[in-house]
Structure formats: C-alpha cells, structure tokens
Design a protein around this ligand. Sequence first.
Ligand code: PEP
Ligand code: MG
Length: 588
Amino acid sequence: MSSSRTITAKGLAASRGTAAGPVYIYRGDGELPAPEYVVPPGREQEELRRLENAYCDAKRDLEGLIAILKERTGRSDVRVFECHLMILEDSALGEETQGYILDGRLNAEAAVRKTAAGARAQFDRMNDPYFRERVRDLDDVERRLLKALMGRDRRPRIELRAPSIIVADDLAPSETVQLPREYVLGFATDGGSPTSHVSLLARALGIPAVCGLRNLASIVAPGDTIVLDGDDGSVTVNPGEAELAAAMAKRSAAEKAPPRAAERGGIPVRLCANLHPGIPVDSIFEYGAAGVGLYRSEYLWLDKETEPSEEEQFKAYSEVAKAAAKLGGGASATIRLLDIGGDKLVRGISSRESNPFLGNRSIRWLLSHRETLRAQMRAVLRASAAGPVRMMYPMVSCVEELDECAAELENVKRDMERRGERFDPAMPAGAMIEVPAAAICASEMARKAAFFSIGTNDLVQYTMAADRGNEAVAHLYQPLNRAVLKLVKNTIAAAKDAGIQVGVCGESAADPVAGVLWAAFGVNELSMSVTYLPVMSRFLHGLDAGALAEYAAVPDSMPPGSTGTEIYAACKAWLQNRLPAMKGLFPG
Ligand code: PEP
Ligand code: MG
C-alpha cells in the first residue's frame, strides 16, 4: 500500500515532457518455465515444424508491431523491430537451433533456449555496450519464440484501468509499444539509458520518460502518485501540493509555446528541422522551420528488405526539396547521404563487426560501395532541380574522403549532363563534423566542403570515448565538456575563416542550454526535431546580440579544471537568471 512518504529520485532524462499520475508497477511476466525433454526418435521433423510455425508467428508479431508503431507515431521509426527481425532471420542462429533438434534431439523450446544462451555468452564476452543492448533484443526475440511455441499470449500482461505512470525494472521494446497508449502517462524505469531502444520509442510515441532510476520499482507501492520530469530526469513520489502544481504549470508553459518558431531575420540563427522518411514533410510549415537542416536518408533503407531504388529515393528527396522551395527565404533541404553502421543496422547490408561504431560505416561504407553511392548522388542531384538542395556527407574523418566524394560527384554530374538530365550544377556539398579528427582539422576540411553541420551526438561520444547508449558512462557524455567546446569552436572558426555556413544538427541543438551556446558561438543554423522548435525559438527571441556575447563567455569564465557538468550548470544558471520567464522550460 502507499506509504505517502515524499521521495525524490534522480535518473536520466529519456523523453521530454512532464507527467503526473498514479503508479502502475509493471513486473512483466517473469521467468518463462519452458519445458525441456528429449524428442522421441522419428519425431524430429514434427518438432522442426513446431519451430517453423513459431518463427512464422513471431515474424507476424514483429510485422504487426512495426505497423502499430508506424500508425501511432506517423513515422517509420521502427528500427528496434527491424533489429529483432534481423535476429529472427539470422540463418546461423536458425541452423544452430535446427541442429539441436535434429542431432541433439532436443525439443524446440530447449533448442531455442540453448541457441540464445550461446549467442548471449558470445555477446557478453565482447563486453561492449552496443552488444549489451543486442542481448536485450535477443532476450525479447527468445521470449517471443518461446511463447509462440508454448501457445502463450505474446502481448504484455497488464491491467491498466486508469491513466498511470508505468514503473518497471526495465521494459522490452515490444512491451513499450504494446501498452495501451491512452493509459500511459509516462515511463519510469530502473534500467536503460537515454539512447536505449525503450527511450527512443518513448520519444517517438511522445511519452515522457525517465530511465536509470536504479531501484524505484522496489520503493514505490500501488496507490502512490508520481511526478515525472522527462527534461531533467527527476521523479518525485507522493509530491506535495506545491510540487504537483509546479509540474502542471511547467506542462502548460511548454504547451503554450508559440507555434511559429523561426521568423527569419528576427533572430541570428536559422532554426531548421531534422526529418527523415516517415515524418510528414509538412510539419516544417506547421512548426515554422526555416529549412531542413538534416534529412536522415538512411530511414529509406532501415525498414526495407532491399535497397531503395534511385527512383524511390528521388521521390522522397524531391518532396523535401519542393517543401524547401515553398518555404523560400533562402531555405534549403539538406539531404544526408546514407549513414548506416554503428547502431543503424540494415538487413542484407550491415556486416557483423566487432566494433561497429569504429567500423565500415557511413561515408566509408558508401565509398566502398560505389554503385549505391552513385545512385544516391544521382537521386539527390535530380531532386536539386525541384528545389534548393544541399548534399551532406556523414561521418567524414579526413580530407581524402571529401576528395573522393567530390571526384565521384563530378563523374555523376558529367554522366547526367551527357544524358540531358536536369540538376542544379551549383548544389552545395557539405560535411558533417562528428569525428574529432575532422573537427581538429576543420580548416583543411573547410577548403573542400561547401558547409559544415556539427553532429554533436557522435562528436561527443567519440571525443569523450563514451557510448551514448551506455548508462555506466552517461556521466562522461558531456556536450559542454571543454574538449567538446574546443572542437565546436575550432569548427565554427574554420568555417567563418573559409566563409562557409556552419550549423549544429545533433540533439544538443534542441537543448536550450547547449543550443543557445552554439548560437552564441556563432553557428548559422540549429537543426532539431520540429517539436523542439517553439521552445528554442522563445529562448533565442529573449536574447539580443549583447546578451549572446555575454553568454558565449560563460564557459571560459569558469575556473580551470571545471567539468562539463559544472560548465553546463553555470550556463544554465546564467540563462535562468537572464530569462526568468522561461523557468518551466529548462531541462534538469
Ligand atoms: C549526430 O551524430 O549528431 C547526428 C545528427 O547524426 P545521427 O544522430 O544520425 O548519428
Ligand atoms: Mg551521427
């Protein structure tokens, strides 16, 4: 029963927004006691058929989940389940399971368990956070197969009768999506990290979430009330009346943010949209974006059996190009070339690498798969005839890569000219700066790129050597660490010297404390998910050039040895002091 004692817990901000409501403690369905027995001689084929049926059921389930997610989010942010399908369809794992049935005469449940245990042990030995996340996916798939074999209901067992905050040790991606949306006010989980799959899904579904709370699930009791703040990662159990009122005020302040985000010319920086296939392009008009600063083209690959054709790509890119033309005022559509690898795995393309974040990914992969590169370049160039387009190279590490891209782009253009195809010959081709080597050598890069866009998501993780998906090192993932600040400043200075535009398109652009700092350092553009634009616009409208110059000096005014966390806190305090009316809109 409820203790009514007020308890405050601090976790990690996983999905924006404030929520308040009664607790629902979700314990999942616990251990699955799967039967284990020896298959009588001659019954192996029957057991194989049971296994095959379970695979079909599991596949159908996953396809259903993908459809639910697409419908609920209006986007194709479904890579979690793509990843589950990849595990399910992994031929090596499938053959191993069949082998246990045929040669070891294990029943199908035991064979699935044994294969999963082997794969888990391999992942565990790698001791890599990326693979730890894969273990969670493997668990989810194993459970789904076992339930299918045992004829058990594969939906999460939950009896929600009123809108509630779901408190759990952890949630599997499939549980997150299948909980009844109308009853889920927020998620508070003991495990997970802001970039784990559950957090990504919560953001896609627009549900406030806090993760990494360690032991909340064992502290709360049915009957407790919770206020959850997905901006600062705090949770208050049984809040007092004042705390409850403050939470509600913060919620309504965020909702009242003005819809028009960027009145071009009124503020010193363009506020643009991060889009990807699946997000309605028209959202840029609704939220007043000044252009598309990042179009993540890889989403055309992520939920596909085969590579998208040039035609399919052209259709998607020209839709964004036309929208940019309609915006006018110097707007453009920045199409980023295929950024796969790392945690973005594509069936049939991604190979197993022991260290995928440092592997053959993004522009490296494209330069080693020229047909795909040329087809994508052609599609982007063709779209440039429909509206103002910029082409952007992901994960560039050195100037050689830019040289190779430029040479290939020239080849493609010459080819298109010969065939009389229309394109904008002056289409700018720029580079993402998200690898420390590129930021350090930004002045050399700037001679070969038409613009820069700083990808702080990767830049922070590579600079701090701290995986953004690993809770154990989340304290090191500091966007305002001095090392990151030096790289960002160096990149901006190099761009200014070379006379090219520079923006930021990582998540930090949407955080008022960091985003305003990038603007104060002199970036020309901040690009973020459209829903963050109204709040950022309010912050920037509240500061004139003098205030921005003062703000830019805050990090350097900190004593030597200040940590990224201290610098962040000082910047936040400065902004809070300067913009008291924005009180409710600050992250933690
Ligand atoms: C980034 O790294 O900051 C970025 C915008 O790219 P992505 O998040 O797609 O890797
Ligand atoms: Mg990146």
